[in-house]
Design a protein around this ligand. Sequence first.
Ligand SMILES: Cc1cc2nc3c(=O)[nH]c(=O)nc-3n(C[C@H](O)[C@H](O)[C@H](O)COP(=O)(O)OP(=O)(O)OC[C@H]3O[C@@H](n4cnc5c(N)ncnc54)[C@H](O)[C@@H]3O)c2cc1C
Length: 515
Amino acid sequence: MSRVLNRRRFLQSSLAAAASVGVSTIRASAFSTEEHIEAIVIGSGFGGAVASLRLGQAGIETIVLERGRRWQITDDGDTFSTYQKPDGRSTWLSPTTVVFDQVPIDIYTGVLDVKIGDGMIAYRGAGVGGGSLVYNGVTYQPTQELFYQVFPRSINYSELDQVYYPRVRSILKPSPIPDDILQTDYYLSSRIFLEQAAKAGLKARKLDMAVDWDIVRQEIAGQKVASAIIGQVYYGINSGAKNSLDRNYLGLAEATGKVEIRSLHVVTSIEESDKGRYRIICNQINEQGAVLAQKSFVCRYLFLAAGSIGTTELLLRAKANGTLPRLNDQVGKFWGTNGDGVGAVITNGPTNPTQGGPAATVIEHFDNPIAPVVTEQLPFPIVPEGVIASLGQAIAKPEGYFTYNASTQSADLFWPSNSTNNQKNAQALQYTYQLLNQANSTTLAEPLNFGATAHPLGGATIGAVCNTYGQVYGYRNLFVVDGALIPGSTACTNPSLTIAALAERCMDRFLNRST
Ligand SMILES: Cc1cc2nc3c(=O)[nH]c(=O)nc-3n(C[C@H](O)[C@H](O)[C@H](O)COP(=O)(O)OP(=O)(O)OC[C@H]3O[C@@H](n4cnc5c(N)ncnc54)[C@H](O)[C@@H]3O)c2cc1C
């Protein structure tokens, strides 16, 4: 796990790659023609996909601007690259892979991107479908009690529970791993994890996964390319077993005939234009990241869904450049890691550690005496035989923040890794592992790793930059509908379900308001 990233080498490479999609300095007046459209959505991850579908269904002409490319699953089973043989498709505009080992690759608009911050490395997806292209598919609803440790009481949990979480699930169609699949050799680690938890008296269960288990069965039968069953997740699943957003929400949005997704369009600036409209400037790029054209759009309604990092960066840039002059000083604040921490346990026998993805099981230790934590068994391709890796999550306080760096025209990320709350969460997770290890005569392979997160959250949060329906203070028709809204944690769960449910709630409010 300590091989996650060589920071210095990565920084050099990412700077080189970033130059090719550099921020446009062209002013709006330089564009002879602009496209006018009712609504624009920036980004096509969970927030953007929900917004697109609901706008399309309401008959509102919408363009979705997405920096990454489309990833169509084909019968060849070769849409995405693999851990064994990574190539440019794995990584966003970088000369090396950025997770696990650093392998040289061609510079390409691949699916996994990384943000190197001070005190934290944050991963995110890139492409039509956003984080759903690279995610495990864990679709996890927080408990009411923990939800209110993060969110204000003005968000009604019962309404989320009865209306919005089910609405999202009805489209993502998540379900737990069926027993016949769990019993195969591929999922040995998941079974051992459940057994170890039971021995330690810890509550463990299967998780709802946005996975088509019939396709996993076809992988097992040799009718589809082996992909999920051999632990391929973070560069995409070639068999099509993952229910990524391009295959549900976004496909449904396009089917309305009102929504057009423009891939390989990197938004560089947003500004208020006349009559309360918004101008969006972007670079159209090729698959190698070179700028082909600069484009300008004007819309009446603007939905920011570029993810915690992308949305915050666009807002910070707009604030620094004075293009959204009424933004307040809270932009960039209240960011967190969802309390992510990776642990690896040495067991006493075989585990098939590189097989059986995506994650399927969780230990819920909400009554941990130090702090509530969960830990999920995950496939990690670098984990050796005999070791089981899992991802812990706790309630991170939103103590991180972004500042705008005028020289690079990007957002710099800061995370106080040694804060009292972060130390407490680390101790809590350590305690859960102690119980597991004592009961099973196992040991931790190395200290828990809190240096990276796959769950960046915050930067334009509810109550600080936006109201609880995502409307940006001071701007009636500007909305944040993605993970940037959430102050640092989704209460001991993976965030995608809560991001999507809150986006559904925001869109309901928007579509039901009078003008
Ligand atoms: C490896 C990995 C595994 C994960 N596993 C899980 C899991 O199992 N369960 C779970 O709940 N969560 C998981 N997550 C987290 C989950 O993917 C994110 O929380 C979620 O995708 C965030 O949704 P979002 O709408 O905020 O933004 P995103 O899904 O990140 O979407 C933002 C989109 O905006 C685009 N974009 C960014 N900047 C620009 C720009 N300037 N112009 C145009 N487009 C732009 C991006 O390319 C991206 O497509 C995982 C994340 C990673 C990295």
